[in-house]
Design a protein. Sequence first.
Lengths: 416, 325
Amino acid sequence: MIALALAILMAQEIQSSNSDGYTPPADSQPPLHINGYVDLGWAKAQGNGTSFAPGDMRIPADYGVDTFAPAVNSRGDVASTDSGGRFTNGFLPRSVGIGGYPSFLINTVDVDLRYQPSTAPLMLFTRFQLLPRVSSAGENTRVLVEQAFARVIPFASQELALTVGKSDSVFGIEYLENQANLRTGVTPSLIARYTTGQSLGAKAFYRIQIAPLWTAVSVNLAASNGGTLVETLQPQSASLTGTPVFSGRLGLEVNLPSLEVKLGLSALDGPRNDQSQPGVRQKALGGDARLVFGPVELRGEWITVTQDEGAGDKMNGLGRQTVVSKFDVRGGYGQLGLGFDFSGAVRRVAVYGRYDRRHARFEGFTPITVDRITAGARVDLWESLAMKGEYLMNRELAGAPNVANDVVTSSLVYTW
Amino acid sequence: MRLLFALLLAAASGKHDWLGSEMPLPLAVRTPQDLEFKSVAEREYLIFNLLTSGKVAWDAGDFTTAAAKWESLLAVPDLEVSIDKVVRPFAQEARRKAGGKAGDVPPPPAPRVSREESAPAPSPRKREVTSVLVEGTVSGGGAAGPGGAVVWLRRTDGPMPKLLPARKVVLQRGKAFVPRVLAIGEGSSVVFRNDDPINHNVFSLAPHFDTGLYGAGGEKEQVFDKAGVVQLLCNIHSSMIGYLVVVDTPYFAQADATGAFSIKGVAPGQYDVEAWHEYASQPAKAKLTVGRDGAKLALTVAGDRQPPQFPPDKYGKPRQQQLGY
């Protein structure tokens, strides 16, 4: 009797849920997604904000120093490119024009439009960037169509993505965090100028998973008007030769539960797209590695680039340039990061250090070797705000005069 | 088990086919709803068997058995008053004829006086209400609407029944989690079944779990033993996002596309209410008094949150969906 009563009481204690889950109707999802970010900064560069040494009278002035060294933001814009009247030949980054003065900056106002209907394996994507430049000494304010492409994933059973339009590079890994809200730190590496430029053309990505080994092999190929140089160094949106530049990356990734290893080999071959003769070539090779283990992330990349000597003037993003030397460069970086996640308003705290080294030579000019030591921290607040601070110690090791061009920079990125 | 044992004992002496001696009832239990159904059916089945087998024994002059059957019947909690009224005289008489005293028959349930109701005192025969229905609607949720909102109740003036862990299934179908949002009780498990012709992975950063890769038709099961919201992601397909809402109360439900929801079996009392929605940055909260006739509830969830623009990979690195990898 007691057993019966207890049994019934126990049966009454058992409760069950009313939930079988919820999946919204496919057509209830709006196909258009509008996102973006605003990147505000504050920066102070040593000296006059450039890498030009006051007493260095060699010309072209930008061939004897690393003009990209005093970077202040995620775009790689530098504090200044003012050469003091000395002749330069277009091997220059964009400039925010603040010289050696501390200044607040509006680095980027980014708007991404992604149209992805649920009924088709198609996606249209555009990335517009407003670049307000408040100093008359630097670049003018402009709007950049950084990306505009269509992507098709034709087979449901295959990891194959085909892209046509202006899109990210496929070379190396730094393009994956080229935007201010994605990059752990503030500034790009010293080799980013060769690998992270967007180009207009077609891309194909294919990946095959090896499930028992938690491993995947991928191939990413592109045929584009230009190469992967940043937009000041090549006119990416038009082909000056009619011959495409081919680039690609072969990747291997091992995604174990607590350890990620990603390795890649990249290559590029095609005409210099600042020349009109397709026989004037550019080539690049690169290797990259990433390792994530718990809070530790280790990443590195190495490249070598060669460009043939041109027969005439060159046309790049900064205009017509008269000297077209043979050029070769090799360099790389290694970055160690340590990140910790939290559940409150502070979502993540990360500290990082990076070592960059670059050796470059314009034929007929003094080769230069520079390096950079970068240290910084990033704090992510809630789901949409990132605060970053960074110190760049730039050093001229050989071929370039020592100059005070270290940078303190910071960034506040709101993603929406 | 004890219930089944008791049921078997109670039904053992009956020889009549119409008494239905089969125990346990062959009702499939695949979902909590199935279990709830089976519990109700078995309760009614038990009452019927005790009621009628007692009468069969009475008719056969076996007063000892009749008294035992009916006394067991009268001990069933929350027995309907009409049954008690019919059976109790028979049970007392059977006990007397079996050589006992009518006082051996279990007394009727004592009247329960609510702390909030001092008068009039409820009738001793009045059935106590132990579970009622809470129903309502959720509104808001922004452009996505209120569908999928998870509503749960936590009692503040007394204990809650134990939560029975369930086993649920979430499919990976068409590079999406189906269902996209699922509420489960603490301690429940979820089977992740790959219905696509490609490999998938399921992981969460908090709490951390990682199923590894598995192909078409493959299944991986994961137990969720801590209350909270679990964001489900696939390490291969950055566009795949789903949510498990793990609750530590048996009183929960999910709103349908119109926002309607209902929670059955709620004991009258005072409750804190929370409602989570994928597009709300904070859960909606309310207080609720559940009376003997149940309660109705209207909640509004915000629509101030967007799906992650850069879903992380399983190591926490953000991924750009437009890349397709």
